[in-house]
Design a protein around this ligand. Structure first.
Ligand code: KG4
Ligand code: ZN
Length: 331
């Protein structure tokens, strides 16, 4: 089954072609760089870029896969959660192709798409497993009871970890997107420079909170001179990154242990972070396997949406023309 997946929920315009849910024939991703100058995603600009770029990106994905629209058995598109104007671009495009060509389509939940990035790449990842989706908008911990059966164990009460990376990066003058900027600054720095707080949210809780950590960084820098902050910027960045990684690893491991699950999958933009990956591997107890998709599949991309859509289309599930974009769609 050959499926084209389209992702336009935020600031990546992407199209991927996947065969039988697992084999990536192409995965073209345009990360919209214009938002860097604003220090965050400007929704209206993002939607407009999706409009102008999407057709070219899809053409490129088809040509890299040596396929045409006539070869496609299905279409998959993110229908939520995300920025509504952005979602509508991909969704309207897919509905048009569906209507004109009669190709069946399925509206994918973006969070389920991220979980399928693990499925797409790792044949040995089974269910049940624990999945952490850590991105710019989410910090969701799931017990994946079966593919397409998810139990949400916990989420963030305030900021998502990617959002915290972005805000602290801006605060330290390191630029946008914050994750890669902080990671780069932290590379050779002292991660034990300051012990920033790790919000536990109760001993057995799977909930996250990153706003206290954000405040702690601002409080620390508030009365320091510009010269001091410049000198210690990388140590502050490393200590902040360590606090986020520590809490993500701790809660995810606790979920695996509490539910007696031996496999963990970490996805979403924040899963690109090398220190997070290292800490998971350092802390995992024997008998627990930890899976990370390759960096390209952690960020928003069309291939993960195609893979997830294939799963649903193969089960005979179809979306109709009246499907709407849902900004706060839950999984
Ligand atoms: O999954 P994603 O591409 O989009 C959303 O669905 O949100 O995640 C984007 C987020 C951004 O906040 C970005 O700063 C963060 O992922 N990110 C990282 C890294 N690369 C991207 N965070 C930490 N370390 C990274 N290397
Ligand atoms: Zn995402």
């Amino acid at each position: 089954m050959l499926v084209l997946g389209i992702e336009t929920s935020c600031d990546e315009t992407s199209a991927g072609i996947v065969r039988d849910g697992r084999e990536i024939l192409s995965n073209v991703i345009l990360s919209q760089e214009i938002h860097e100058r604003y220090g965050g995603v400007v929704p209206e600009i993002a939607s407009r870029i999706h409009i102008t770029e999407l057709v070219g990106i899809i053409d490129k994905a088809l040509s890299e896969a040596k396929a045409g629209l006539a070869d496609l058995d299905g279409l998959a598109v993110t229908s939520g959660p995300g920025l509504v104007g952005c979602l509508l671009v991909g969704l309207s495009f897919v509905k048009s192709v569906h209507l004109a060509r009669g190709i069946p389509y399925y509206g994918v939940n973006h969070l389920e798409g991220h979980i399928f990035a693990g499925y797409l790449e790792h044949q040995t990842l089974r269910t049940p497993h624990i999945a952490l989706v850590a991105s710019g908008g989410h910090s969701n911990l799931y017990l994946v009871e079966d593919w397409s059966r998810y139990r949400l164990l916990g989420a963030t009460r305030d900021d998502a970890p990617g959002e915290a990376f972005d805000k602290i990066s801006k605060h330290l003058g390191l630029g946008y997107p914050g994750g890669p900027a902080i990671e780069k600054a932290a590379k050779e720095a002292n991660r034990n420079y300051i012990k920033f707080p790790r919000a536990q949210m109760g001993k057995e809780s799977f909930e996250f909170s990153f706003s206290g950590l954000k405040t702690a960084v601002s409080v620390f820098t508030r009365d320091k001179s510009k010269a001091f902050i410049e000198e210690h910027c990388s140590d502050i960045a490393a200590s902040f990154q360590e606090a986020i990684a520590d809490i993500l690893v701790r809660k995810t491991m606790m979920a695996a242990e509490n539910f007696g699950i031996s496999q963990i999958s970490i996805t979403g933009g924040v899963a690109r972070n090398k220190r997070l990956r290292e800490l998971f591997l350092e802390r995992k107890s024997s008998g627990i396997e930890v899976f990370f998709p390759s960096p390209e599949l952690c960020t928003d991309n069309g291939a993960m949406i195609a893979s997830c859509g294939t799963f649903h289309l193969e089960r005979g599930e179809r979306s109709d023309l009246d499907l709407n974009a849902v900004p706060y769609l839950e999984l």
